[in-house]
Design a protein around this ligand. Sequence first.
Ligand SMILES: O=P(O)(O)OC[C@H]1O[C@H](O)[C@H](O)[C@@H](O)[C@@H]1O
Length: 312
Amino acid sequence: MGQYAPVWDHKASVEVTKNSNGMNQVTLRNPQGASVLISLHGGQVTSWRNERGEELLFTSKKISKSSKSARGGISISFPQNGNGGSVEQPGFARNKIWTIEDDPPSLISFDTQGKSFIDLLLKPSEDELKFCPHVFEFRLRVSLASNGSLSLISRVRNVTGKPLKFSFAYQTYFSVSNISEVRLEGLETLDYRDNLCPKELFTEQGDAITFETEIDRVYHCSPNCIAILDHEKKRTYLIKKEGLPDTVLWNPWIKKCKAMADLGNDEYKHMLCVDGAAIEKPIALKPGNEWTARVEYVVVPSTLSTDDLSSY
Ligand SMILES: O=P(O)(O)OC[C@H]1O[C@H](O)[C@H](O)[C@@H](O)[C@@H]1O
């Protein structure tokens, strides 16, 4: 009798359960033991663990009374990021309940082989349409690959007769051993807008970025691969993006962290927010058109040199 290679059943690697608030959540698993948890509240990725069960995303232990979810993981900022407009801050997508879409329109460029994935959908309800200026269909595919990498693909379709204008960010909280010890490579010599000195444009120096104080910056025309090096944890996060021109760096540091209702006093030490984003020039989507943006997060050993990283 011939031997057959086991067929990867991506549906068997996806489980829907309820979290402690009764909210549906989806777990993706790969055969090596890595996992990803996604809440239907906001389509937020709340956990990403490697094959040894180590958490790779930061999530705050302190939950504010007014909030339904913890700060951290990966949140979708849409249709607005930051403080520049009239809609609910920072975009309502992360406060809505998304649904699971069993049969989404095909994603031609996505190779399903060996991947565990889920498709989520957000669209305004009939009631919301009465006052909501944004008429869209937002599809989010979250997938976990056999090498443990996590990817998110967003597709926004304009289903109105008018242009749809929005900005976007994958607000991603990486878990780091100690913010003062990590280094970020890939944004050297780029122009950035500093949200702490609004309207001012600066140019980054030629060295890797290190963190010694509060940071809140939007780097323009950033490369499609950057790296966070955490030597203490012996890991490097690679952040690869497509369709997203900007990169946001954020850490509130000591004073702001203490003032935030949903962050513990010292939690700033263990988080670094690095967002693939389209903020500087909002997207103007013509009626009937679709916009796509992807990110992929890969963890590689920190013993690799910067030259080795380019092969990932
Ligand atoms: O409090 P949030 O809306 O989650 O935003 C947290 C931070 O996210 C972004 O990275 C912005 O650049 C910051 O200005 C903001 O403070």
